[in-house]
Write a protein that binds this ligand. Structure first.
Ligand code: C5P
Length: 222
């Protein structure tokens, strides 16, 4: 039996993470936050003193990541790396920048490919990232490329980080997001771009509920 996969790709702050979680909850599917794997690889590199040019050691760290995802009593995510609570560190913009650097290394992507595909389990999977539809789950039942205007993406990310108690200026965040998007789009391996068979969904000015509903309507058409 094939397991249905819903691939949701798009740039930083497009709302992928939130929408993917809502859709997975509504369908009772598993969820893969693939960006978290790149972020955790960047944290593991820092914790183990591995330089971002040591491609072989970075790939080994990615392959051996000891991760646990769970949630606290209020249902917020908690992420553990090698037994250490890294929930806040994972979402920091500096970790996103480190993630984008390790994500440009083909050996790291290769190491994480196997781990990502292991999430494909019944009854189904919602996978969010940059290359879910183009590389990791090429035969996904539904591929969505979620976008939003650059200003709106920066504002959303700003609010998200503030809500988590992470203080950052909107101007600095906009610059970081632009740099990261450029690096993610221009890299030679698995660049950020819509799959040929992806449906484009612009979430600018739309509520989380409306975007979630559009995705669920598309799933219902399958
Ligand atoms: O989505 P998130 O902001 O957590 O991703 C962090 C970084 O990880 C991205 O900027 C990108 O460089 C990388 N990434 C990737 N491929 C994915 C998911 C994330 O290259 N599928």
């Amino acid at each position: 039996m094939t397991v249905p996969v819903i691939a949701i790709d798009g740039p930083s702050g497009s709302g992928k993470g939130t929408i993917a979680r809502r859709v997975a909850e509504a369908l009772g599917y598993h969820l893969l936050d693939s960006g978290a794997l790149y972020r955790l690889t960047a944290i593991a590199a820092k914790n183990n003193g591995v330089s971002l040019d040591d491609e072989t050691r970075l790939a080994k760290l990615a392959a051996d990541l000891d991760i646990q995802f769970d949630s606290n009593d209020e249902g917020s995510e908690r992420i553990w790396l090698a037994g250490e609570d890294v929930t806040l560190e994972v979402r920091k913009e500096s970790t996103g920048t480190g993630a984008s650097a390790v994500a440009a290394i083909p050996k790291v992507r290769e190491a994480l490919l196997v781990r990502q595909r292991a999430f494909e389990k019944a009854p189904g999977l919602v996978a969010d990232g940059r290359d879910m539809g183009t590389h990791v789950f090429t035969s996904a039942a539904l591929k969505i490329f979620l976008t939003a205007s650059a200003g709106e993406r920066a504002r959303r990310r700003h609010k998200q980080l503030n809500d988590k108690g992470i203080d950052v200026s909107l101007a600095a965040l906009s610059r970081d997001i632009e740099d990261r998007d450029r690096r993610d789009s221009e890299r030679s391996v698995a660049p950020l771009k819509p799959a040929k068979d992806a449906r484009i969904l612009d979430s600018s000015g739309k509520s989380i509920e409306a975007v979630t509903q559009t995705v669920l309507d598309w799933v219902a058409e399958l």
